[in-house]
Write a protein that binds this ligand. Sequence first.
Ligand code: CU
Length: 141
Amino acid sequence: MRDDWQRGIQRIGMATFGILLLGGTLLSSAQSQQEVNVTIEGYTFLTTQTPLQLHTDTIIRVKNLDNVRHDFGSQMFLNTLTHVESNGVVTYGKGVEGAYLDPGQEASFRLTLNQSGRFQFECSIHQDMKGEILLLTVDAV
Ligand SMILES: [Cu+2]
C-alpha cells in the first residue's frame, strides 16, 4: 500500500518534469517564428519578407484589400503539413491547395519549409496574378 503511494508520487514528479520540458520547447519555437506578409491590392500580390530560414516555423499572412474575391494557392503546401486559418475556420493537413479570400478578408498559413528555393503562389481566379516567396539558406548565427 505504501509502495503504491510512493510510486504515485514518483509518477507525478515525472509528469511535472515532462510538462516543464514541453513548456520550454513551445517557448523556444515561438521565439524562432518568421513571418511573410502578402497584401493583395489592385490584382497584385505585394510580398514583404525578411530572409527566411529553413526548418523554422513560418507564418504567411495574406490580406485581400481588393473588392473582389481572390485565391492564394501554392504548390508549396502540397507535401507539407500546413495549418490554415481563414474566416475563423482552421484546417490542418497535407495537400492543402490554398484559400479563397473575400474582399477585406485575411488568411494565415503556418508551415515549416525544409527546402530552399523560390516558392510560387498564384490566384486561380485571375491567372495573371502570381507571386513568390524566396527561401534562402541562411547560416544560423
Ligand atoms: Cu485574383
